[in-house]
Design a protein around this ligand. Structure first.
Ligand code: KIV
Ligand code: ZN
Length: 568
């Protein structure tokens, strides 16, 4: 084994990297019970924060009508908890909340959630906004991280706890006079920059005031307001909270990961393993900065492991279109599960494996989805296999091109013809520097292989059965405008005609492949024949014939192959 004596260092020192430090507080000696599990077996309680966190991150926040449309759509997807806004923060948010309640737009099994800071006039206005709501969650938060305590609030820990307690008391007081079924949620905002012991302490003070019961559970939300650490550090923090919060059995532990490090999905999944019950996130990960956790990805990750996510993502293209229309945001082409290109296979080897995997499924009648390169069946999220998966460009290969011709055009080439066709089609794409549509693939195939009549055109062929099983054919062709006629024998009609043509044109080749199949068209059934011939230098030429009569189609295929040889 060769071990380098010195590990080579990169040659570039990026400026300012020493300016940064780790702003999180890992749990000391974490039990990491969660790390023994490999996956969740049921979905969390989902809470959409599209209309609040998502909305507050848009260049142009949604109008009231847009929010109403989005709310209706979230309900259609199956969300039972929806944070509708921060009613005390803007008139539109307030009006929106009122409109939902007054127009009776909230189904009985859906709970709206509203956010409030821990300040008296804001809490008061929040409760006013909720008047008449049947079910609601009042979401109280205050910042608890070291940087917020020191820099923004300039307060000591006990003063920060007082802010939370004051808000919790006020919520309790206002709820006493409210008629609806109101539940409470508390977020130690910037939780991931907070010492775990302090986060537990402040949450416990709130829990003591709210006194959760089995019938009135309290939600403790642990936001990754800004992502500072790797996901396992967060999972340890979540586990620590689950172990150190009072009255755990009457709490719902909620996660609210933002995506600064691109880890929001991992944070959520590991946080669920660590004991969380609920996820707050948005469609496609919209939200402040790099966004909130993408609920579509999380839910579809569960789906792809055989866990029912209990949200309806069966038509992702429609959901993408609706989301883009309302938010004016674009879903990235490679956004997991929902991006335009996420099921596309351009590369030849991938296409080949997918085509084989799909055939395997059919042959074996497989119960589970195991097709290579496709984590889920694109059809399960409303994608079309033909248009979305096998895409043809210069990277493609015989498998994918063959798949398109088979599945969209009913052309089942012999195995050894696929390579020739594959090179030809990808060559066209390479020259044009662009993707080819399936119809263009067929056009190339048709132009090069089907029923070629130049320079040789078969005019007539007559046969006579010979005594020992042979056939004599009398063939008339037009060759470069000249009519020629001759006879020869062979061990079948195709063979006899082939011998005659070779004699007439003084050609030398061997006919090595002949296959045929029926092709159903809308109005009639036609025969498709494939002929492969090899010249004396070992070069292969292919031809395809399509005709209503099988003999006719085989002779057309032969003539096409001969023409390809003559034109080479
Ligand atoms: O990201 C965050 O911390 C929030 C809180 C208000 C929960 O959005
Ligand atoms: Zn947030």
């Amino acid at each position: 084994m060769c071990i380098p004596d010195k590990i080579q260092k990169g040659s570039f020192d990026m400026k300012n990297f020493e300016k940064y430090t780790r702003q999180y507080f890992p749990v000391e000696n974490p039990p990491m019970r969660w790390a023994q599990k490999d996956y969740v077996d049921h979905p969390p309680i989902w809470c959409s924060v599209d209309l609040r966190d998502g909305n507050q991150a848009l260049i142009n926040p949604m109008t009231l009508d847009e929010k109403l449309d989005f709310f209706t759509y979230l309900v259609k997807i199956g969300f039972k908890e929806i944070e509708v806004g921060f009613p005390a923060a803007s008139e539109t948010e307030y009006e929106f909340c009122r409109a939902l309640i007054e127009k009776n737009l909230i189904p009985d099994d859906v709970t709206i959630q509203v956010l409030t800071q821990s300040r008296e006039h804001i809490i008061k206005k929040t409760f006013e906004a909720l008047k008449g709501a049947k079910n609601a969650i009042v979401h109280l938060y205050n910042s608890t991280s070291v940087s917020q305590r020191e820099q923004v609030f300039r307060k000591e820990k006990n003063e920060i706890i007082d802010i939370a307690k004051m808000g919790a008391e006020l919520c309790k007081k206002y709820r006493q006079n409210a008629e609806g079924n109101y539940r409470f949620e508390y977020s130690p905002e910037s939780f991931t920059g907070t010492e775990p012991e302090f986060a537990a302490e402040i949450c416990n003070e709130v829990i003591k005031i709210w006194e959760p019961t089995v019938d009135n559970k309290v939600i403790i939300n642990l936001p990754v307001t800004v992502s500072h650490s790797m996901p396992h550090v967060y999972a340890n923090q979540v586990e620590y909270m689950c172990d150190n919060l009072l009255n755990r059995e009457n709490l719902i532990i909620s996660l609210h990961p933002h995506n600064d490090r691109g880890c929001a999905v991992a944070d959520s999944e590991m946080g669920l393993l660590a004991g969380a019950d609920r996820i707050e996130g948005t469609l496609f990960g919209n939200g402040e900065r790099t966004g909130n956790v993408d609920i579509v990805t999380l839910a579809m990750n569960m789906f792809s492991q055989g866990v029912n996510p209990e949200l309806n993502f069966e038509n992702l293209p429609e959901i993408v279109a609706e989301y883009e229309k309302i938010t004016d945001m674009a879903v990235y082409d490679r956004q997991p599960y929902s991006g335009k290109l996420v099921f596309a296979a351009f590369s030849g080897s991938h296409q080949d494996a997918i085509a084989k995997g799909m055939n395997w499924r059919k042959e074996k009648n497989c119960q589970h989805w195991t097709v290579p390169y496709l984590p889920i069946d694109p059809e399960d999220v409303g994608r079309v296999y033909e248009a979305d998966v096998i895409r043809i460009n210069s990277q493609s290969g015989k498998g994918g091109i063959g798949y398109i011709l088979e599945n969209q055009f009913g052309i089942f080439m012999p195995k050894n013809m696929k390579e020739t066709v594959g090179y030809m089609v990808k060559g066209v794409s390479d020259n044009a520097h662009r993707e080819l549509q399936p119809s263009e693939v067929y056009d190339i195939f048709e132009e090069h292989f089907i029923n070629n009549t130049s320079p040789v055109k078969l005019k007539e062929a007559h046969y006579k059965q010979l005594g020992e099983g042979g056939i004599e054919s009398n063939v008339t062709i037009e060759y470069n405008g000249k009519i020629m006629n001759d006879s020869a024998t062979g061990n079948g009609r195709l063979n006899a005609v082939s011998e005659t043509i070779q004699n007439m044109l003084d050609l030398e080749y061997t006919l090595h492949t002949y296959t045929e199949h029926a092709m159903e068209e809308k109005t009639s059934s036609k025969a498709v024949s494939y002929v492969g011939i090899k010249d004396k230098n070992g070069n292969n030429f292919w031809g395809v014939g399509i005709a209503t009569d099988i003999i006719d189609s085989s002779l057309k295929a032969l003539t096409s192959a001969v023409n390809n040889m003559l034109n080479a």
